[in-house]
Design a protein around this ligand. Sequence first.
Ligand code: 4NP
Length: 153
Amino acid sequence: MKILMVCLGNICRSPLAEGILKSKLPQGVFSVDSAGTSNYHIGELPDKRSIEVAKKNNLDITYQRGRQFSLDDFDKFDLIYAMDTSNYQNIIKLARNPEDIKKVKRILDEIPDYQLTDVPDPYYGGQNGFENVFEMLDLACQNIAERILLNHP
Ligand code: 4NP
């Protein structure tokens, strides 16, 4: 089972989603990766503020480097989670067939009756925005991990 987290830059939101989901799944059986729809931050470390909020929650995400989403990710991954509707649409535009489209979901749709559909882009804000993003991604990833473990124990 392979899961990909996708945002725009692959330095703020999706590196957190990758780190959080990884921490909730047994290693080896599952693989979790992340990518950005843009090419803005290829090869870069996650944003300092994402590294900081992850560290506060006992997660190390400094092994990650930015990369751009590519067409073969549709073949490599079983599930592709977009952080917001714009990321979702950018991925869907690249889909080659209905199977590709079926793999793509918005991550906050994994939280029943949640007040938001999009993880806010925290890039132009302060550390608070990153704490807020961490909390909602933690909720979503908890639900994702529980369902995956029920279906693929
Ligand atoms: P991310 O945040 O998509 O959560 O990684 C952003 C990072 C960089 C930019 C935008 C959003 N940027 O415009 O460079």
